[in-house]
Design a protein around this ligand. Structure first.
Ligand code: SF4
Length: 317
């Protein structure tokens, strides 16, 4: 589906990225998110903006000159050099909420330029919605992979169609599986996120079991569990304030995590709850570490000691 463009209004977004991209250079192609209807998300209601590809290439030029010769080009945002100063030249993360929505030909052009100007480039990553992936053919995805766009970070959030519909995700669990398989067919690594607590108290068990089903069907390389954080001003926050959404407790989030790891079936998946939104950080490779991870969760669940959990004020989005 063609997206409306407003290149003239492009404003550089703040840095928002997956934890594993902390060492990367952040290159904005878009701002906002094309699917701005998720009621729990800080991108709710944002306007999608596309950056002019000439501006993108100019930033790549500046980066290349700086990395290769220590030369600073005029009229380049200070943030470019601030990030480049501690960058090793190997990984680039494309901003923003779903940079894969950037028009295909221009995405190819930007990636070719990155490859040409940055000889040490190893990997490019991007957030991608299931809808973005479904919009591309496998051949197109393979082309992107050849140009080193080789990891997608995709929010699955839930495998429960009722939950997906209620939170405005704009995609069904079947489409999420289809998108995941398509990326895999193209050889692109998938890092999926799911949100503990998104089903609320009443929908907790179904949310977890359906999510485990979808994760197992996709069978990705990485899964990151996040815990729902109610962002002031979002529709879900209002639902909570009005009493129509009942969030689970911190210990219930650990119960969800345990149920999810127990019911997921993977070939070889790094599964973690290392994100700052979680009350407890666990990590491991599934299925190999299933017993250890379950035991860790059981230990904490048995003691029910709040001291063992990340304090509320240290939780992040
Ligand atoms: S959850 Fe993802 S798709 Fe939904 S609004 Fe946020 S960034 Fe966009």
């Amino acid at each position: 589906m063609p997206m409306r463009e407003k290149a003239e209004e492009f404003e550089r977004p703040g840095i928002f990225r997956p934890p594993s991209e902390r060492e990367s250079y952040f290159l904005p192609l878009t701002s906002g998110c094309s699917n701005n209807t998720c009621t729990f998300c800080g991108f709710y209601g944002t306007k999608l903006r596309m950056r002019d590809v000439r501006e993108v290439k100019r930033e790549i030029d500046a980066l290349s000159m700086y990395m290769g010769h220590g030369v600073r080009l005029p009229n380049i945002d200070d943030i470019v050099y601030a990030v480049a100063q501690r960058w090793d030249g190997r990984r680039v993360f494309l901003q923003d909420g779903d940079a894969l929505v950037y028009p295909y030909q221009r995405l190819v052009e930007a990636l070719k330029y990155l490859n040409e100007k940055l000889p040490n480039l190893e990997r490019v990553g991007s957030y991608a919605t299931p809808q973005d992936i479904l919009r591309r053919s496998v051949e197109e995805l393979k082309e992107l992979k050849k140009l080193k766009l080789s990891i997608f970070y995709t929010g699955i959030e839930s495998g429960d169609d009722e939950v997906l519909q209620r939170v405005g995700k704009g995609v069904s669990s079947r489409q999420a599986v289809e998108a995941g398989r398509k990326a895999e067919q193209a050889g692109i690594t998938l890092s999926l996120t799911v949100i503990l607590g998104l089903g609320g108290v009443e929908g907790s068990r179904k949310h977890v079991l359906e999510t485990a089903r979808v994760l197992s069907e996709i069978d990705p390389e990485y899964v990151g569990a996040l815990t729902l954080t109610l962002v002031p001003g979002t529709p879900l926050w209002h639902e909570w304030q009005q009493g129509s959404f009942h969030p689970i407790s911190p210990f219930e989030s650990l119960e969800e995590l345990k149920l999810m790891t127990e019911n997921s079936s993977f070939t070889d998946c790094f599964f973690s709850s290392m994100h700052a939104s979680n009350y407890l950080s666990i990590r491991g490779t599934l299925p190999r570490d299933k017993q250890r991870m379950t035991a860790e969760l059981e230990r904490v669940l048995k003691k029910r000691d709040p001291e063992l959990l990340r304090p509320e004020f240290l939780r992040g989005l």
